[in-house]
Design a protein around this ligand. Structure first.
Ligand code: FE2
Length: 258
């Protein structure tokens, strides 16, 4: 779980990165993020506890980690002699920041993807911390990511579009023609989609391991064990946020009791 202070600082970092990394598109991006702020700040990155970051603030935390992993992997590939031409760092970080944007749902009240699971049975026995909103169209996350960006008149380069679209790699059968090329012409023109896919995989695995180690009460070798502490700030954050329903507020209160 994340403490309120971490959720706040993550969001401040996120918004600062929008302005510093993508200044030409910042006005449109800020419009999107202003309108989605209440939803994004507290949303998870997934719905099931053993997936990754299935808790309040998990989405922003995941995206920031993917951006950091992307930069690390870019440097590793470069150090090992890979051809880093054909795309810019702005394109790489833009794709990293927006690869999962579709998890934020459709525009409009009541159109979020993740809703807090209020069934104790599903939470305890299935680890289902959130359920999917049944009142929005089914969509694959990358498709909704791209849809949302065009809804807010945010232009994408081909490199950005492709990296977001196929970031699940061959975990999505529809991506196979891009990754299993049968001709030289069909090969990916840059290594950006591979780097983003690997960065997303790395970040998700780290988040899973953190959850597993906390659950097993064994300290993580890579990061301090997340520890719930009494924090009135987290409760305040929930109470000040009108988009968060009562059930979430109850859960935050529970998290603060140790
Ligand atoms: Fe992701």
């Amino acid at each position: 779980m994340l403490e309120a202070e971490k959720i706040k600082s993550n969001w401040e970092t996120y918004r600062e990165r929008v302005n510093s990394l993508f200044p030409d598109r910042a006005p449109q991006l800020n419009k999107l993020y202003d309108e989605y702020e209440d939803r994004i700040v507290m949303m998870p990155a997934s719905s099931i506890a053993h997936f990754h970051n299935a808790f309040g603030g998990g989405y922003v935390d995941h995206v920031l980690r993917v951006m950091d992993c992307t930069e690390k992997l870019y440097n590793a590939w470069q150090d090992m002699g890979a051809d880093m031409s054909g795309y810019s760092k702005e394109e790489m970080l833009f794709a990293a920041m927006h690869h999962d944007l579709g998890k934020c749902g459709f525009p409009g009240k009541g159109s979020e993807v993740y809703q807090v699971e209020t069934s104790d049975w599903h939470r305890k026995n299935m680890g289902r911390m959130y359920k999917h909103n049944e009142n929005i169209p089914f969509t694959m996350v990358p498709d909704l990511s791209i849809y949302l960006l065009q809804e807010y008149d945010i232009k994408l380069s081909w490199n950005e579009y492709q990296a977001i679209k196929i970031h699940h790699g061959i975990y999505d059968d529809a991506n196979k023609p891009y990754f299993i090329a049968r001709t030289a012409q069909a090969k990916l023109k840059t290594n950006l989609p591979l780097i983003l896919h690997h960065a997303d995989h790395m970040a998700s695995q780290i988040e899973y391991e953190t959850w597993r180690n906390v659950k097993n009460n064994s300290p993580s070798p890579v990061s301090p064990k997340a520890k719930a502490t009494k924090s009135t700030a987290l409760k305040n954050l929930a109470e000040q946020n009108p988009s968060i329903d009562a059930s979430i507020k109850d859960i935050f209160s529970t998290f603060n009791e140790e």
